[in-house]
Design a protein around this ligand. Structure first.
Ligand SMILES: Nc1ncnc2c1ncn2[C@@H]1O[C@H](COP(=O)(O)OP(=O)(O)OP(=O)(O)O)[C@@H](O)[C@H]1O
Length: 311
């Protein structure tokens, strides 16, 4: 199937001489949730801005459903909804007027039915007559999404959708993104929060210093690069790790009641059996044990570190 968005060899060097993007190529599949993960200044916003026609690339092409976005900017832009990082809100307007106006900006004929649907999907229907300034931060954020969806785009960009949002709102936002996808929208989001990518994305791209250093299915990424952590609940708390266990990279947790060991689950020798044997030999008992997959966060930190070279 033709990708809904095809980015090829995209580069951007700003007038300052700073290269924010370097030869980035990426195909986005229809209907997927793609998370673009990267630290501050990695180039995420630059990438989105180019695709949305806000920033002109130095090189490369963007195809929206096979159509060159540079050659046919209007058409490409109509297919895309953008929810920017900052909340720009027209505070004296009502929710209904704001969303209706956004649709008009894209040259779409008025459609109260569509605006109604969007507001209902975003749980804003009851607030349609409220002025934006009367809304809570979370509601304002949803209005931004409603605006971006007002012209019925197929692709929705969410630039850090949950930056500065509390945990509960963040979960609401995740549920909302899933609902939007079920409605057929392809979603590309940028985030610093690994937890967010872990929770939402089908695929993850990692961008560091303007380069896309990795694109993977999330589950494969977590499995492939995933390290595991073994936690042993000790029979007796210990103050320090005995010297006899010095060859394993262990950490003492929970006031000396837990011993943690991180290992490579794919390695031929994980070190787990030998550790357990040594513990038994020296009389360190445990009541329980469990292993868990290392989080995407741990993997990500590792990757960005490698992507930056030896330093
Ligand atoms: N208009 C501009 N002129 C010059 N440099 C810019 C401009 N916009 C961005 N940059 C630089 O380009 C690099 C990438 O910025 P960008 O905003 O794309 O990163 P980001 O990954 O979105 O970061 P953040 O997570 O902080 O939003 C940064 O070093 C930034 O300072």
């Amino acid at each position: 199937m033709q990708p809904v968005l095809s980015i090829a060899s995209l580069s951007k060097t700003y007038a300052s001489g700073l290269t924010a993007l370097n030869d980035v190529s990426l195909d986005i599949r229809k209907g997927e949730i793609f998370a673009l993960l990267g630290p501050n200044g990695a180039g995420k916003t630059t990438l989105i801005s180019i695709v949305c026609g806000i920033v002109t690339p130095t090189g490369g092409t963007v195809l929206v459903d096979g159509v060159d976005a540079a050659r046919d900017f209007r058409m490409a832009r109509t297919r895309i909804g953008l929810v920017p990082q900052e909340l720009h809100t027209d505070s004296f307007e009502t929710v209904w007027a704001t969303v209706t106006f956004s649709r008009g900006l894209f040259g779409k004929p008025p459609s109260p039915a569509h605006v109604e649907k969007v507001l209902k999907d975003l749980s804003l229907w009851d607030k349609r007559k409220s002025k934006i300034q009367e809304l809570s931060g979370g509601m304002k954020r949803r209005v931004m999404i409603a605006k971006a969806l007002s012209h019925e785009p197929d692709i929705l960009f969410l630039d850090e959708p949950t930056a500065g949002v509390d945990v509960e709102l963040r979960r609401d936002m995740w549920a909302l993104v899933h609902r939007l996808r079920e409605g057929g929208v392809t979603i590309i989001l940028t985030t610093h929060y690994i937890e967010e990518a872990e929770e939402m994305a089908d695929r993850v791209g990692v961008i560091s210093k303007g380069e896309l250093i990795l694109v993977e299915e999330k589950t494969a990424l977590m499995k492939k690069l995933g390290r595991k952590t073994l936690t042993l609940n000790l029979a007796d708390a210990m103050e320090t790790i005995p010297a006899e266990l010095g060859e394993w990279a262990l950490t003492l947790k929970a006031d000396g009641n837990e011993l943690e060991y991180e290992f490579d689950a794919n390695a031929e020798r994980t070190g787990v059996p030998s550790l357990l044997k040594r513990m038994s030999d020296i009389g360190v008992g445990f009541k329980d044990l469990n292993t868990r997959q290392s989080s995407l966060e741990e993997i990500f930190v590792n990757l960005v570190h490698k992507g930056r070279g030896e330093g």
